[in-house]
Design a protein around this ligand. Structure first.
Ligand code: SF4
Ligand code: SF4
Length: 439
């Protein structure tokens, strides 16, 4: 096995609290003094195998060298997303799912397929575990009746089987009624509303299918959710190459009453004009860091400010997360399409490379195992020598399969900022994180 350079094992960084060291293996952060920082700088300039300052070498030896070793087989499945409506009432130019059809015909899931998905999930998941049923589309509320009946069916079945069942829904909210909001408040739901910002942005990026403005309809749906709040209410804002500064968008969306709001850049879309690449990636990175600084100032002032991208990264750093894969797709999570076929996740629907069986034929665990073995981040190039590999996991399968690893500068730039934010907040606001987990 090739020996990795120092820059693949650690990252030196500074914050308003001083000099720090990030040890890649177990995502651990240490404060270091100026003398150690200087000798480390010299070692990093050479970026060879040696010399590493002895005190740093001791830290490297103390923790894990990477994620926990992979299990011998495919992990148990504990979360399913159901593509209950492969169609949509909106016409967003960047939609990865081509208005929910994934390039095929419009379809809706039948009640039999939905119930069978729930039954299988409860068979596959370990006894007593928490399972998640997620509703995706297209727009899931185009199949409202099935959604309501499946929630009741899953909750009752999980109670009988001794599982704890949670639900999630991603919706454009334009069709959302008071009765829907009642259901989402009565059961343990996390709701994510897709909304791109103030009317000027939202109506341009997310028109209705006929081209009409969508803002009024989205806000009407949101009002129902604010009146009968679900357990978690988040916003997802998509960023295209045409989007402007992001701080005003974030302020606007959070002021609407969401618990948290996060940005997602368009990396791979059927209509590539909206994708963020090249110079636009650098602008996007800057805009995200502007939002990060804005959020950091609010958190330092003791305010609540739910910038989801930052809060998620801080939480992962605090836990010392080290992952071998970008996400749970094909691992503990699968997506069932309207016909009952099983894919790695909601964005991989229709992609034969990530098809793992079906409700009818069963799930191919060997294929899942090979998918996970083949995609381990330590086997990917250039990931295996990237300092961010155990936080990033090697990049979204859908995006990497479609466009390659084009966003690494953004991922490292953003995570580099998050390291600084964590070190700053860890000193000024330790109450935000609670005790360090034992390692
Ligand atoms: S995808 Fe890019 S940022 Fe992520 S681990 Fe691989 S090289 Fe690093
Ligand atoms: S493959 Fe991409 S879209 Fe699918 S769950 Fe993973 S990160 Fe998300």
């Amino acid at each position: 096995m090739t020996v990795l350079p120092i820059s693949a094992k650690l990252k030196q960084f500074s914050s308003s609290a001083g000099q720090h060291l990030f040890i890649v293996g177990g995502s651990r952060i240490y404060d270091i003094d100026d003398a150690t920082a200087k000798s480390l700088e010299r070692a990093l300039l050479l970026d060879g195998i040696e010399p590493i300052p002895v005190e740093i070498a001791a830290l490297l030896d103390r923790g894990p060298a990477g994620p926990p070793s992979a299990p011998a087989g495919a992990p148990k499945i504990t979360a399913l997303s159901l593509n209950v409506a492969q169609s949509c009432n909106m016409g967003c130019g960047y939609c990865y799912a081509e208005q929910g059809t994934f390039g095929g015909a419009k379809k809706v899931m039948s009640p039999e397929t939905a119930r069978s998905s729930v039954d299988r999930l409860l068979q596959w998941a370990p006894a007593d575990s928490r399972v998640v049923v997620a509703f995706m589309g297209g727009e899931p509320l185009l199949n409202r009746e099935l959604l309501h009946s499946t929630v009741r069916y899953a909750a009752a079945a999980a109670q009988r089987s001794g599982h704890r069942c949670a639900f999630s829904l991603t919706t454009n909210a334009t069709l959302l009624t008071a009765a829907d909001a009642e259901l989402f408040a009565d059961y343990p739901f996390s709701i994510t509303v897709s909304i791109d910002g103030p009317a000027g942005v939202q109506d341009r990026q997310r028109p209705m299918l006929g081209g009409q403005a969508s803002t009024v309809r989205t806000l009407r749906g949101l009002e129902h959710l604010l009146r009968r709040r679900p357990r978690q209410l988040d916003a997802r804002m998509t960023v295209t190459a045409q989007s402007g500064p992001l701080v005003p968008v974030l302020d606007h969306v959070l002021a609407l009453g969401f618990d948290a709001a996060g940005f997602a850049p368009v990396v791979a879309a059927p209509r590539p004009g909206t994708e963020i690449h090249g110079a636009a990636t650098a602008q996007f990175t800057e805009a995200m860091i502007d939002c990060g600084r804005h959020a950091l100032a609010k958190l330092l002032a003791g305010e609540r400010y739910g910038f989801a991208n930052l809060l998620t990264a801080l939480h992962e750093l605090h836990k010392g997360s080290a992952r071998a894969h970008p996400c749970g797709a094909g691992a503990g999570y699968l997506s069932i399409d309207a016909d009952g076929d099983a894919f790695g996740c909601h964005r991989l629907v229709g992609d034969e490379r990530f098809r793992f069986g079906s409700l009818a034929e069963g799930i191919d665990d060997e294929r899942r195992f090979h998918h996970l073995s083949d995609h381990a981040v330590d086997l990917q190039e250039p990931c295996r020598s990237c300092w961010a590999r155990y936080l990033c996991g090697g990049g979204c399968y859908h995006e990497v399969a479609a466009r390659g690893r084009t966003h690494c500068d953004y991922i490292r730039g953003w995570l580099g900022f998050c390291l600084e934010a964590y070190a700053t907040l860890g000193t000024a606001r330790p109450d935000l994180f609670g005790p360090l987990p034992s390692r």
